[in-house]
Ligand binder design. Structure first.
Ligand code: IDP
Ligand code: MG
Length: 137
């Protein structure tokens, strides 16, 4: 079965939405096969978001991800990468469809509650970035 990486970003914890988001993930039929809470280090966030370096929102994105703890999770399901992106909704909550996590709970494009991998290959890289094999079910 396909796997993808989810991050419950600092605003998710700040707004006490962790339970609701995990519930939405389980209700959508994903298996959570890895989960941990981390306080990320600046070098880690910069490496994770390397692809966005130099973009206008980059500095704000890095600072935001350092505001507090995140939950990183590995989700498993058929077509997990696309299914998780669909459940998250568009990057900008103003464009996100009803029934998506970002539509329901995200404030702005920069504070948008969750991360999801954008392709199967990226997902495998992002999973390896945070989890060793022995940490996954
Ligand atoms: P994604 O999270 O939906 O895959 P990306 O384009 O990969 O979106 O951007 C990564 C993260 O950077 C977004 O989730 C959001 O937090 C932030 N971001 C992206 N575009 C903007 C923007 O135009 N303004 C502010 N923040 C942005
Ligand atoms: Mg992305």
């Amino acid at each position: 079965m396909e796997r993808t990486l989810a991050i419950l970003k600092p605003d998710c914890q700040q707004k006490k939405l962790t339970g609701k988001v995990i519930d939405a993930i389980l209700a959508a039929g994903f298996n959570i096969i890895g989960l941990k809470m981390l306080v990320l280090k600046r070098e880690q966030v910069e490496a994770f978001y390397e692809v966005h370096r130099g973009k206008p929102f980059y500095v704000r994105l890095i600072d935001f991800m350092l505001e507090g703890p995140v939950l990183v999770a590995v989700l498993e399901k058929n077509d997990a990468v696309q299914a998780w992106r669909k459940l998250m909704g568009c990057t900008n909550p103003a464009d996100a469809e009803t029934g998506t996590i970002r539509h329901a709970w995200a404030e702005t494009v920069s504070r948008n509650i969750v991360h999801g991998s954008d392709a199967v290959e990226t997902a495998e890289k992002e999973i390896t970035f945070f989890f060793s094999k022995s940490e996954l079910l």
